[in-house]
Ligand binder design. Structure first.
Ligand SMILES: Cc1cc2nc3c(=O)[nH]c(=O)nc-3n(C[C@H](O)[C@H](O)[C@H](O)COP(=O)(O)OP(=O)(O)OC[C@H]3O[C@@H](n4cnc5c(N)ncnc54)[C@H](O)[C@@H]3O)c2cc1C
Length: 382
């Protein structure tokens, strides 16, 4: 049985070209970038040049005008680069920051931010989370107060992916600090604006090559023309954005889990104990069968949900379920695979430790498991 029937010949051709790029131009650098805890900006430019950042974005602004399933193809193939950090940084550019500009932006904003971002010439970051408000987005405190033709922004953000290297930030702020959801608006902020500061680059458990920043804004003036979408509608706009972010995370998680299985199958077929291959213990084979079943089930949910999105539906509950299930499966699979490597799995020279560290984040980022469970229960009528 073929499980990839949702993809056309064009998708398959796209997959071959992304795979060739990832294997030739990214994977050979994965160890070096991990050690440096950084990777060069040319990755964005090169991916922009190849058209991989704008797969389903409008051709008018330099995208390829493909369908939504092209996103799945890139997320799946990026898992082969061997660095969750690089995959995440690229996803932020292609699936977090640019879709809201394409959907809510003015023509001028699309020219200034979307076009160069799809080309990989301007790098974007998404600024939602604050030191005192993560899951509770409506609890953010960064204020953007209107003053003539500008907004004056004061506040801070934390855990911002691409925040150190970004040329601009899609900033979520309160235009009415007295309100919760109704007080939120979005802005496109140039990082060379006076009052913008990268306060700190954060050190983290996994995803090492991606930069994670703490940002501060002090009397930072943002032109009113940089308001993205409607004032006071930013919460709805960003909730829409989060659905795409979550489905991309789910697709990447399934591919990451599959990569762990494939890596580990090779290992247990080589390694011997008690006079036989580790692969020959029934306990080992059953672990693989359990893992593959979980990955196939999660992937089926991701594909079905992506097909619905592709058909113009907005399946929030299914997106949430897919994100919850796939990212849990990814971490559980990575953990089992590390276990199957024994002590070698705990050594930094074996790739499984990186996959294990990298896989942990997605159960927190883009909405923690508990927040996902709350959404699903709410959509069930609780
Ligand atoms: C490496 C990394 C990269 C990130 N990149 C970005 C980025 O680019 N842009 C950005 O804006 N943010 C980013 N984030 C932030 C991320 O989205 C938040 O960490 C996440 O939303 C959780 O927020 P928090 O960390 O403030 O946790 P909190 O909101 O403080 O929650 C802590 C824990 O409390 C529990 N909890 C919270 N709410 C509930 C609830 N309703 N019911 C039950 N339990 C609950 C959960 O267990 C949760 O994990 C990133 C985070 C990391 C670690």
């Amino acid at each position: 049985m073929t499980r990839t029937t949702i993809f056309s010949e064009e998708h398959d051709a796209l997959r071959r070209s992304i795979r060739a790029f990832v294997e030739k131009e990214l994977a050979p650098h994965a160890d070096e970038w991990e050690a440096a805890k950084d990777f060069p900006d040319w990755v964005f430019e090169r991916m922009g040049e190849l058209g991989f950042l704008g797969l389903h974005h409008p051709e008018e602004y330099g995208g390829s005008g493909g369908d939504y399933l092209t996103m799945l193809v890139r997320e799946e193939e990026m898992a082969r680069c061997g660095s969750g950090g690089v995959s995440m940084a690229v996803s932020v550019q292609a699936e977090y920051v640019t879709p809201p500009i394409a959907k809510f932006g003015t023509q001028e904003q699309k020219e200034r931010y979307l076009r160069p971002a799809l080309a990989g010439r301007r790098i974007g970051a998404l600024g939602i989370t604050e030191p005192d408000a993560g899951s509770d987005v409506a609890g953010i405190r960064t204020a953007a107060i209107r003053d003539g033709d500008e907004y004056v922004v004061n506040g801070s953000k934390t855990f911002i992916t691409n925040g150190c290297r970004a040329d601009f930030v899609l900033l979520v702020a309160k235009t009415d600090p007295g309100e919760r959801h109704a007080g939120i608006s979005l802005f496109l902020v140039d990082t060379d604006s006076p009052g913008f500061e990268v306060r700190r680059r954060l050190d983290k458990v996994g995803m090492w090559p991606s930069d994670t920043a703490e940002l501060a804004f002090t009397d930072m003036r943002v032109p009113a023309a940089n308001l993205l979408g409607e004032e006071g509608k930013g919460f709805h706009h960003i909730m829409w954005e989060l659905q795409g972010e979550r489905l991309a995370a789910a697709a990447g998680a399934c591919a990451g889990a599959q990569r762990c299985i494939d890596l580990t199958k090779g290992y247990v077929e080589e390694r011997r104990a008690f006079g036989q291959r580790i692969a020959d213990f029934q306990a080992t084979r059953h672990k693989f069968a359990e893992m593959q079943t979980s990955v196939d089930a999660a992937r089926a949910l991701v594909y079905e949900t992506a097909l619905a999105v592709n058909a113009g539906e907005y399946p929030v509950r299914e997106i949430t379920e897919a994100k919850l299930l796939a990212t849990r499966v990814h971490f559980e699979v990575a953990d089992t695979c590390l276990q199957l490597h024994g002590g070698y799995g705990y050594m930094m020279e074996f790739p499984i430790q990186r996959a294990w560290r990298d896989s942990r984040l997605a159960r927190i980022g883009a909405g923690a498991d508990e927040v996902m469970l709350d959404y699903i229960a709410k959509h069930m009528g609780f």
